[in-house]
Ligand binder design. Structure first.
Ligand code: AMP
Length: 432
């Protein structure tokens, strides 16, 4: 309670469980990662879609009634409408992209990329958060197997562009509406027969969605999973042909992959191609750094016309953890090129910073009338190549000293109006 003196110990708030502040320099590195992805996606004909961070609950419910992401992990809430609307923070972006497609009916193929935070109420642990970032692409309106190859190839090239060397691509086909029912029935039969050998959790999963039992990482389930029927034996002619074309396409790009017959992935809506990117540098529990697949029925589920689609989402947080483990994509480049040191007081530093920034340079300064020594230390730490120094002598003479901070660099005293040009020349010149 507030007391008259106004001195009360305030509670120390922390970021909510499962979330965290991404502080510099990690935040800078993360933004660089997104620009590497954006550049690759732009150059591949994908365009940015920005959709709302929350949607009507129903949008996500279309992802499947047996899906943990929908049944257990949604952050749902009611707004203040009358009647209130039932909304949810997005747990992933494919549903939003399909909802946007159904709403706007763009011409196809619609090639979209995205990046941003997703929310899942999961048990937090290393590499698993309640708010995490994804980047992704989706191609809607074509079932050409080479669209699958383009999407998967983009993922492969992205990890390469980050300098990652220990990412494996696993692919599988889940068949289509024609091949799935026979497989689902055979799998359910098989698992029911060996029910007694399964872990308790997998027995529960079996009742809800037999396919998801194949996702189990529990030791006890592995012998049963290893001998389970595989989709490959049940593929329809069309699905089998599609899968052959995707594999041939990846071969022709020299994109290495493993066919992983039991890869089913978490979300229920996948048909035909599914894939996952696995980082060997991470612990097996959280080593999926991305994944995706074809979802030929989702747009229709959301009220749109029958529209095939293929896409992926890559987990930014985990990719950065894997980069750390591999020693890849390190070192944020210093954005500051020039540091203005003003020991004369007054407005020189403010004016010089403004002029240098207007000239397009990265510029920082110190505050609070610190000593020359303290300010030069800051300048050093900023990573700037050039310091602009204004002392009492310079101020009196209407000049500034422009100093090359790189080893062996010299300095010049120039009239104030010429500072921008002198700095640009010094930056452009080879480091002495
Ligand atoms: P999904 O949409 O489940 O296929 O997830 C795609 C990728 O997002 C995964 O491969 C992970 O890299 C990442 N991801 C999913 N859930 C989380 C989470 N709770 N925390 C951090 N990353 C996640």
């Amino acid at each position: 309670m507030a007391v008259a003196s106004g001195v009360v110990a305030q509670p120390l708030f922390r970021a909510p469980v499962g979330t965290r502040d991404i502080l510099p320099p990690e935040s800078v590195r993360r933004r660089r990662l997104v620009s590497v992805f954006a550049d690759l996606a732009d150059r591949s004909g994908f365009e940015l879609l920005e959709s709302p961070i929350f949607e009507e609950l129903g949008v996500f419910q279309r992802l499947g009634a047996n899906n943990d992401v929908v049944t257990k992990e949604l952050f749902e809430f009611f707004d203040k409408g009358d009647p209130p609307r039932h909304l949810a923070l997005r747990p992933e972006l494919t549903a939003s992209v399909c909802r946007a497609f159904a709403e706007h009916r763009p011409t196809v193929p619609w090639k979209i990329w995205y990046s941003g935070p997703q929310f899942r109420y999961e048990r937090p642990q290393a590499g698993r958060y309640r708010q995490f970032d994804q980047v992704g692409v989706e191609t809607l309106g074509t079932d050409d197997p080479y669209a699958d190859v383009e999407v998967i190839g983009l993922g492969v090239r992205f990890y390469e562009a980050l300098g990652m060397r220990q990412v494996r691509l696993q692919i599988n086909s889940l068949g289509d509406a024609e091949s799935r029912p026979a497989y689902d029935a055979a799998l359910a039969d098989y698992l029911q027969n060996r029910r007694g050998e399964l872990s308790e959790q997998s027995r529960v999963t079996l009742e809800r969605n037999p396919l998801r039992v194949l996702d189990s990482k529990r030791e006890q389930d592995q012998p049963v999973i290893a001998a389970a029927p595989v989709m490959a034996d049940f593929l329809s002619g069309a699905s089998a042909e599609h899968f052959v074309a995707v594999k041939a396409g990846l071969d022709s790009l020299d994109a290495a992959y493993e066919v992983s017959p039991r890869l089913v992935r978490g979300l229920d809506y996948y048909t035909r191609t599914t894939f996952e990117f696995v980082a060997d540098a991470l612990d097996t529990a959280q080593n999926a750094v991305g994944g995706g697949g074809r979802y030929d029925g989702l747009v229709e589920e959301l009220g749109g016309p029958p529209t095939p689609g293929i896409g992926f989402a890559l987990g930014v947080d985990r990719i950065l953890l894997a980069c750390d483990a591999e020693g890849a994509f390190g070192g944020a480049s210093p954005p500051v090129q020039v540091f203005v040191v003003d020991v004369a007081g007054g407005l020189n530093a403010a004016v010089l910073c403004d002029r240098l920034r207007q000239a397009g340079l990265g510029v920082d300064r110190a505050f609070g009338g610190r000593s020359m020594k303290a300010q030069m230390k800051r300048a050093d730490r900023s990573g700037a190549s050039v310091a602009v120094i204004v002392g009492p002598d310079e101020q009196a003479a209407g000049t500034a000293t422009v100093r090359d901070m790189r080893p062996g660099g010299g300095q010049r005293q120039v009239p104030e109006p010429e500072v921008v040009v002198a700095v640009a020349e010094m930056l452009a010149g080879a480091a002495p």
